[in-house]
Write a protein of this length. Structure first.
Length: 465
C-alpha cells in the first residue's frame, strides 16, 4: 500500500516539472522576440532559429545600430530642419524599412528655399547652386543666352567675332617721338566697327592729363587688328599695343595697353559704417535680387532712411557694343529717391551731359572717368541733405560731392531741386535707391557712413595695399 502511494506520487510529480520547464521557456521567449523586432526586416533571420543563444541576437542588434543612426544624418547636416519634419522621423526603438530611406531626401529638397531667406523669389531662375551651399562670390558668372541674343554680355565673350572685338576694347598710353604723352581709349560699336579718342597728356585722371576736346578716330577691324584713321596719322591697335604711323609709314609711337584700377576698389568699411551688401544676403534692402555668383542686381532700395551720408559701392557695366547713349549700361544712384548720380557705359565717349558721373539732367561731370565695360569701377558719394523749417519751407539746398574711380567728378554741387525723375523735395526722408533701367548692371561691396550717427571718418576710403 505504501509502495502504491509512493508510485502514484512519482507519476503526479512528473507533469508538474514539465509544466514548470515550459513556463520558464515561455518567459524567455518574449525577450528573444523583442530583440528580433528591434532590428530591420533583413536582420530577422534568427527568428527561425530559436535554439540559438541570445548572444548572436545581441550582435545583430548592434549591427543594426548604424542603420538606426543613418536617418538622423539629415537632421545633423541641416540644424534648421522644420519641427514638422522631425516629428515624422521614426523613433530610435523603431527601425525604418530600407525601402523607406530614400524618402528622407524629399524634406531636404522642400526646405532648400528656407536656408536662404534673403534670396528673393524673383531670382529663383538664376540659382545655380544648392540652397544649402555657400554662394561662391568669386565664381565666374555664366553667360546668359537671353542677354547674348540681345547683344549684351555680362562676362567677356570667348568665341567668334564678338570675342575678337572685345579684345580690342581698352586703353593705351605712351609717348610719341616728339615726347608728347598721349592716351587712347578704344570702344566697340558692334559688328567690327570702332571709334577711339586720343587725349593729350595721358588718360583721364592721370597726372598731366589735359582736359581738352580729344581727337576722334574711326576704324574697322581686319582679322585681329583694328585700323583707325581720321587724324594726322593712322593707328593700328591690337590686344597688346597700339602703333601710331604717319603717312610715310614711319612709326611715331608704340603705345602699350594698360588696365587701370580704382584706388578705392575693395575699400573696407571703416569702423562705424553700415555694410549694405557684401555678397551674403540682401537684408539691408527692402527690394533686391542677388545673383548666383553673389552680386547685387540693379534695382535695390536701401532699408535704412539716410539723411547726411557717405556711400561707397562698386559696379560692373555689361558689354553692349550695339547700344548707344542712354541705352548702354544704364543705372544710377537715387539719393533719397530725389537726386540721381548717373551710371552709364560712357567709356571712350565724349564727356556728355548725362554720362557716367553726371548729376542726371542737371550737371556734366568734370571729366569722363569711365573705365571699359566689364571692369569693376567705383562710385563714392558724399551727400548732405536739404534742410527745412517747421512749416515745410526749405532753408538750405542739398549738396553732393562724388568720385568715380577715385577721381572727383562733382565738387560740393548745390542741388536747388530734385534731378531727373526724382521725387519732389520735402522734409520727409525717402529711401536711397539703385536704379533699374533694364540693363544688367552688377554691384558689390556696398557700405554707408551715416553721418547723423558717426562723424570724423575720412572719405573716400582708399583700398589697402
Amino acid at each position: 500500500m505504501i509502495f502504491g502511494i509512493a508510485f502514484l506520487g512519482a507519476l503526479l510529480s512528473t507533469p508538474v516539472s514539465i509544466a514548470v520547464g515550459q513556463e520558464a521557456a515561455a518567459a524567455d521567449a518574449p525577450a528573444n522576440d523583442d530583440s528580433k523586432e528591434a532590428a530591420p526586416k533583413p536582420d530577422q533571420k534568427p527568428a527561425a532559429e530559436p535554439e540559438k543563444t541570445p548572444e548572436p541576437t545581441k550582435s545583430e542588434a548592434a549591427k543594426a545600430e548604424p542603420a538606426e543612426a543613418e536617418p538622423a544624418k539629415p537632421a545633423t547636416d541641416k540644424p534648421e530642419t522644420k519641427p514638422a519634419k522631425k516629428d515624422e522621423q521614426p523613433k530610435k526603438d523603431e527601425q525604418p524599412k530600407k525601402d523607406e530611406q530614400p524618402k528622407k531626401e524629399d524634406p531636404k529638397k522642400a526646405e532648400q528655399p528656407a536656408d536662404k531667406p534673403a534670396m528673393p523669389a524673383d531670382d529663383a531662375d538664376e540659382k545655380a547652386a544648392p540652397a544649402d551651399a555657400p554662394i561662391p562670390v568669386s565664381a565666374t558668372p555664366e553667360p546668359d543666352p537671353e542677354w547674348v541674343a540681345k547683344g549684351v554680355w555680362t562676362m567677356p565673350p570667348t568665341k567668334g567675332p564678338a570675342a575678337i572685338d572685345f579684345s580690342l576694347v581698352g586703353e593705351y598710353v605712351g609717348e610719341m617721338k616728339s615726347a608728347d604723352k598721349i592716351g587712347v581709349q578704344v570702344r566697340n560699336l558692334g559688328e567690327g566697327e570702332f571709334e577711339a579718342r586720343v587725349y593729350q597728356g595721358g588718360l583721364p585722371g592721370q597726372e598731366g592729363f589735359k582736359n581738352e576736346d580729344p581727337m576722334l578716330l574711326f576704324g574697322r577691324r581686319s582679322d585681329q587688328t583694328l585700323v583707325l584713321s581720321g587724324g594726322p596719322w593712322a593707328m593700328f591697335a591690337g590686344s597688346e599695343e597700339c602703333k601710331v604711323i604717319d603717312a610715310s609709314g614711319t612709326t611715331l609711337a608704340s603705345l602699350p595697353r594698360v588696365e587701370r584700377k580704382s584706388p578705392t576698389l575693395g575699400a573696407t568699411p571703416p569702423e562705424g559704417a553700415m555694410v549694405l551688401f557684401n555678397g551674403t544676403d540682401t537684408s539691408a534692402f527692402t527690394t533686391a535680387i542677388m545673383t548666383p555668383e553673389g552680386l547685387l542686381s540693379q534695382g535695390a532700395d536701401v532699408r535704412f532712411m539716410l539723411g547726411d551720408f557717405d556711400l561707397h559701392l562698386e559696379f560692373r557695366i555689361p558689354h553692349m557694343p550695339r547700344a548707344r547713349d542712354q541705352s548702354r549700361g544704364n543705372s544710377g544712384l537715387y539719393l533719397q529717391s530725389r537726386y540721381e548720380c548717373q551710371i552709364l557705359d560712357s567709356f571712350g565717349d565724349e564727356n556728355v551731359f548725362n554720362g557716367l558721373g553726371a548729376l542726371y539732367r542737371f550737371k556734366t561731370p568734370e571729366m569722363n572717368m569711365a573705365f571699359p565695360p566689364l571692369v569693376w569701377q567705383t562710385y563714392d558719394v558724399h551727400f548732405t541733405a536739404a534742410r527745412f523749417a517747421a512749416d515745410g519751407s526749405k532753408l538750405r539746398n542739398a549738396h553732393v560731392t562724388s568720385w568715380v574711380n577715385g577721381v572727383m567728378v562733382q565738387n560740393d554741387v548745390e542741388l536747388p531741386a530734385q534731378t531727373g525723375a526724382g521725387k519732389d523735395e520735402s522734409p520727409t526722408l525717402l529711401p536711397t535707391k539703385i536704379q533699374d533701367h533694364g540693363d544688367p548692371v552688377r554691384f558689390r561691396n556696398v557700405w554707408v557712413i551715416d553721418r547723423g550717427l558717426v562723424g570724423g571718418i575720412e572719405f573716400p576710403q582708399m583700398a589697402k595695399p
